[in-house]
Design a protein around this ligand. Structure first.
Ligand code: NAD
Ligand code: UGA
Length: 440
């Protein structure tokens, strides 16, 4: 089979992982991103984001000559077989989708398709609410290309299920591939592109594909809020939720995944997708009571950390509180909707002196311009601290043992992610409190 030319519009977490893997399968991949900084970074072989294995994949593609990158799709000088839309789809303050980026991407792709002589398939990977492909993207593509979908070009909605931190692995070995197709030819072309990836592949219509994405994310969110609710109850009755969830997760119908209690789910997707799906349901005059509760529990969960801290340190004013981990989860430098943000804001409100440490995400966190200090390493963060909050379970944080906390003035540890082994912290000189850890 001939090498295919694949355009990737939007070189963020999804675009870079998709493109790097397609280049690994020896396709010619052309990244298009409006950020010149991102394009320069890609071409110099340094990924603009931190993702395990992505640099290697990217450099393999660059070395083989499979990868090129531009700031504008109109600069691409050849016909494309596929164009993936991987731009961000944030929500506005009232949780309605901000479709600015996706509309601009569709306009530029449409304009590009106008001069292309060959059939190409446009594949939407960004997460968008049901009907958006049909009602927003399709008309823009047809208008700007002056061509008809299903004839001159194909259209698919192919939701992405990767998790940050394992984006490359998830793209290479997904649990499933969902192909939402405008017509049979579009779906068959995309199915063929994915022929080397072994997993169940489901072909559905465009709006079903869009809905599968939201239904999946809100299920994960529900499982986490369920876990956190059980954890909060365990705390009250003097039981450890970890032991409870071990037993619960052995039921095949439940599975052991997403049963880790913590200070809430963050990131660029679960909170946003949950909120916009709730808004969509309401706009159809349906009250999604379960999903509302999932969201409410998640909003209050970071404040459980403050309650736990308050039970050990009554007055935080002028006290040094260090926060270990500001990324929304380990193995990523992403801080979008990180639960470190509400926790730190609450600490600042209580006039604590906050110092944070994170192995990868501090550069992004500095942009928030919060009135806090940044430590060079864990030791600096812990030195003379009156309390330590664990917000991200990075492996170097999980390795901490009681002797590491000797640097603290007051040895109060609040474990927001159950990163430490409670059995290591039985010394009476250390106060160890954790989400879902009931005290007898
Ligand atoms: P991102 O913010 O990391 O990257 C988006 C990129 O698109 C940016 O580099 C931006 O400069 C670029 N861009 C914006 N408008 C453009 C345009 N008109 N032309 C070219 N480039 C443009 O976003 P992301 O995290 O990769 O998410 C992308 C989409 O995928 C979102 O809809 C998200 O909900 C969904 N998603 C994300 C993940 C994830 O783990 N991050 C997983 C599954 C699905
Ligand atoms: C999530 C989904 O897992 C992906 O399948 C989906 O593609 C993606 O959103 C998306 O649509 O963008 P991601 O945001 O990378 O991926 O992160 P997760 O690993 O799901 O974690 C989300 C949050 O939940 C993190 O803050 C994490 O700490 C928290 N979490 C996760 C828990 O509190 N407990 C758990 O058991 C699992």
């Amino acid at each position: 089979m001939n090498k295919l030319n694949i355009g990737i519009v939007g070189a963020g977490y999804v675009g870079l992982a998709t493109g790097a893997v397609l280049a690994k399968f020896q396709n010619d991949v052309i990244f298009i991103d409006i950020s010149l900084e991102r394009i320069k970074s890609i071409l110099s072989g340094r990924t603009p984001i931190y993702e395990l294995g992505l640099n290697e994949c990217l450099n393999y593609g660059l070395k083989k000559g499979y990868i090129s990158a531009f700031t504008d799709i109109q600069q691409v000088d050849r016909n494309l077989d596929f164009v993936f839309i991987c731009v961000q789809t944030p929500v506005t303050k009232d949780n309605t989708p901000d479709l600015r980026y996706i509309k601009n991407a569709a306009k530029s792709i449409g304009t590009f398709l106008k001069r292309q002589r060959k059939y190409a398939v446009v594949v939407v990977k960004s997460t968008i609410l049901p009907l958006t492909t049909e009602r927003t993207i399709l008309p823009i593509l047809e208008k700007y290309s002056d061509k008809k979908a299903g004839k001159a070009f194909g259209l698919c909605m192919n939701p992405e299920f990767l998790s940050e931190g394992s984006a490359v692995q998830d793209t290479l070995n997904p649990d499933r591939i969902i192909i939402g197709q405008y017509d049979n030819r579009s779906g068959s072309s995309l199915l063929n592109l994915y022929r080397n990836i072994k997993c169940p592949k489901l072909r559905v219509d465009l709006r079903t594909a869009e809905t599968i994405k939201y239904a999946s994310n809100v299920y994960l969110a529900t499982k986490i809020s369920y876990t956190n609710e059980i954890a909060n109850i365990c705390e009250k009755i003097g039981i450890d939720t970890i032991d409870v969830m071990k037993g619960v997760g052995l039921d095949k119908r439940i599975s052991p995944y997403y049963l880790e209690a913590g200070c809430g789910f963050g990131g660029s997707c679960l909170p946003k997708d949950l909120k916009s799906f709730i808004k969509l349901a309401k706009s159809h005059r349906y009250e999604p009571r379960l999903l509302e509760s999932v969201s409410t529990i998640n909003e209050s969960q970071p404040l459980r950390i403050i309650e736990l801290l308050n039970s050990a340190l009554k007055d935080m004013k002028g006290k040094k509180v260090c926060v270990l981990g500001v990324a929304f989860k380990p193995d990523t430098d992403d801080i979008r909707d990180s639960k470190a943000i509400p926790i730190i804001k609450a600490l600042i409100e209580r006039r604590a002196n906050v110092m944070v440490y994170d192995p990868k995400a501090m550069r992004n966190f500095k942009v928030l311009k919060l009135n806090i200090e940044f430590a060079k390493n864990i030791e600096e963060a812990l030195r003379n601290a009156d309390a330590c909050i664990i917000q991200t379970a990075w492996s170097e944080i999980k390795k901490l043992r009681p002797q590491n906390f000797k640097l603290m003035r007051n040895k109060i540890i609040i474990d927001g992610r159950r990163a430490l082994n409670k059995n290591d912290f039985t010394d009476a000189k250390i106060i160890y409190r954790a989400i879902g850890l009931g005290r007898r």
